[in-house]
Write a protein that binds this ligand. Structure first.
Ligand code: ZN
Length: 234
């Protein structure tokens, strides 16, 4: 089985199309998205339409955009983007987002947006939260997104930050953050995605037309700091 796993598309269809065209060159059996299809960017409906056949878990922005969670904890710019998303998403796509589960647990893989302990909201940012979460899944690998920082974690090795082209063998119980397609925050502004095959995971980055997305965001009066952030990758 060859899996493509990615996360945090955030309504960035330009980044998603480049990732999907790269993946089309591989023989991918299953496409998996760890949530936050929408929020921040200018093309929520287009991103949902492209991912309807993928295996997807819900992210906090997916839930917030359809009123399924309280957004009082969101910062002002995230709130503004969520409100814009809510009023620009079709009813059909709202129903699709509402149907997404918060956790998928298979024999070999667990999928969540935030963490296995708190699938929608918890950020896994340090080794304490990661080691605490190891007992909340039974499969060998748990895939997460949410922080937009790609890494591999096991109790034996700790946190390993990864870059484009890096591969990691998966001998132990592991948490993998697959980074972000549509709004990377690790200082590399290229879209991030991964391929899992034969107990090895490989991380990839690809360039996309950031200026085109920024232009669309300006036309929709989305917050300037979110627009600038795409180019910084932070
Ligand atoms: Zn996100």
């Amino acid at each position: 089985m060859k899996y493509a796993i990615f996360s945090d598309v955030h309504s960035n269809i330009d980044a998603l199309e480049v990732v999907l065209s790269e993946l089309a060159k591989e023989k991918i059996d299953k496409y998996i998205c760890c949530g936050d299809i929408v929020g921040y960017g200018p093309n929520p409906n287009e991103c949902i339409d492209r991912l309807k056949n993928a295996i997807i878990v819900a992210g906090n922005h997916d839930r917030a955009a359809i009123g399924m969670m309280d957004i009082s904890q969101f910062n002002e710019r995230a709130k503004a983007a969520i409100q814009w998303t809510s009023s620009n998403i079709t009813e059909e796509n709202k129903s699709f987002l509402a149907s997404l589960p918060e956790k998928i647990e298979g024999e070999n893989l667990t999928l969540v947006h935030g963490s296995p302990r708190d699938p929608i909201n918890e950020y896994l940012l340090d080794m304490f939260s990661m080691s605490d979460n190891m007992e909340f899944f039974t499969s060998q690998i748990c895939f997460v997104g949410h922080s937009h920082h790609p890494f591999v974690y096991s109790n034996k090795v700790g946190i390993v930050k990864v870059q484009s082209g890096d591969t990691a063998p998966l001998a132990d119980k592991t948490i993998i953050n697959v980074g972000s397609v549509g709004q990377p925050r690790d200082g590399d502004n290229r879209a991030c995605y991964t391929i899992l095959e034969d107990d090895r995971i490989k991380f990839f980055r690809c360039e996309y037309d950031i200026e085109s997305v920024q232009e669309k965001m300006r036309q929709q009066n989305l917050p300037e700091s979110l627009i600038l952030r795409l180019a910084k990758g932070k």
